[in-house]
Design a protein around this ligand. Structure first.
Ligand code: GAL
Length: 366
């Protein structure tokens, strides 16, 4: 794909790419030939290295936090929060054909395209993109926020191409019901409906699209079916028909939905800001629920904090039914651009349960 060794290969090859390391290996008693052999074996199998700095094909750290992946026409597009120091991107887009080597396509949504509200700027968290087969457009949904986290809207943008630039369309609260919200609520839920914070979007096998988001000031999750062009909620919105309250009063966030064997799975985190906590998952026969809650899918050391990370997306493992890639963010609140990506294998068992074990390095060719 690139002229130099692709990054995924380089990830799995730490210490193999430079002549110094070859010399060092040779010094440690290994012949240059066997050191070379080791390196070429590693070259043959690219690997993910959860938590390491992940460079794009231009050698820059990937900036796609709180991200998600669109698979379209044989290309993976990874969208996420662009926290490039000094940059103007709200959302960055990267492309890949193998999930290891990512080329930066540029800024998919520029900060200058976002609305200013009451004289204050807005910002984007957890952007996700769906391709709409009816309109041929790529539609981006996101958590659109302002300082203080009271704005709490969904932002919607669209583009004729997956790489953008996307045009910002609107900022909304998709569900406007008043569930006896307080009248002095700084989040204005009585007037506007339930808040929108941690966010995901999901395209079902029948072509219907849904958004999942932490609502009611993070107390309850909403799942909402979208209209035909994916730019708003299906109207009229009818509870338990076009949308539903799920994980009611459970205070969950970071929703990462996926589907397998006619079951809907939803990984979530607890609500502790940038600090990592224990994940949990829930399962339903119907996307609108009811969802049955299960425990923490992560296993082994670090599992109590999701390995220091927080869920953001689950991607089907290409060509391997029942297997998925779990994607999470290891936030670094004192240097958010340096937050790292934790991608781990997620394997469903015949009984529908699954675990997420840690791997220092792993590859899709297992
Ligand atoms: C987390 C959330 C992140 C970000 C952060 C801000 O709970 O998952 O997306 O909003 O809070 O503190």
């Amino acid at each position: 794909m690139q002229s130099k060794a692709p990054r995924g290969l380089r990830l799995g090859l730490e210490g193999c790419s430079g002549s110094t390391s070859l010399a060092a290996r040779a010094k440690r008693g290994m012949s240059v030939l066997s050191a070379l052999l080791l390196c070429s074996m590693a070259l043959a199998s690219p690997q993910f290295q959860p938590g390491a700095v992940w460079l794009d094909s231009a050698g820059q750290p990937i900036q796609a936090h709180g991200g998600g992946i669109l698979s379209h026409n044989g290309v993976y597009y990874w969208y996420g929060e662009d926290r490039t120091p000094g940059g103007t991107g709200a959302v960055a887009c990267y492309s890949s054909t193998n999930l290891y080597d990512w080329q930066r396509e540029g800024i998919a949504l520029d900060r200058s395209a976002l609305p200013r509200v009451a004289g204050q700027r807005t910002f984007v968290e957890r952007p996700k993109v769906l391709f709409n087969g009816r309109t041929g457009r790529s539609v981006m949904w996101m958590h659109l926020e302002q300082r203080g986290y009271h704005y709490a809207r969904a932002g919607v943008a669209s583009s004729p191409t997956p790489t953008g630039p996307f045009t910002f369309l609107k900022a909304i609260r998709p569900i406007t019901n008043d569930f006896n919200f307080e009248s002095q609520d700084p989040n204005q839920q009585k007037e506007l409906g339930g808040t929108v914070r941690d966010f995901n979007a999901f395209l079902d096998e029948d072509g219907e699209a849904y958004v999942f988001y932490s609502s009611e000031n993070n107390w309850t999750m909403y799942v909402v079916r979208l209209n035909a062009d994916f730019t708003g909620p299906e109207a009229p919105a009818i509870e338990n028909r076009t949308w539903a309250r799920i994980l009611v009063r459970r205070m969950r966030e970071a929703p990462a939905p996926f589907r397998y064997n006619n079951r809907y799975y939803l990984i979530t985190s607890a609500c502790t800001g940038w600090k990592p906590n224990k994940a949990g998952y829930a399962v339903a026969e119907n996307i609108l629920g009811p969802y049955q809650e299960h425990g923490n899918p992560c296993t082994g050391q670090g599992s109590d904090t999701t390995f220091g990370a927080q869920s953001t997306f689950v991607l089907p493992w290409p060509g391997r039914p029942g297997a998925f890639l779990f994607m999470a963010d290891r936030w670094n609140p004192s240097n958010l651009p340096d937050s790292r990506y934790i991608w781990l294998p997620l394997l469903l068992q015949p009984d529908g349960s699954f675990t997420i074990p840690w791997h220092d390095r792993w590859g899709l060719e297992q």
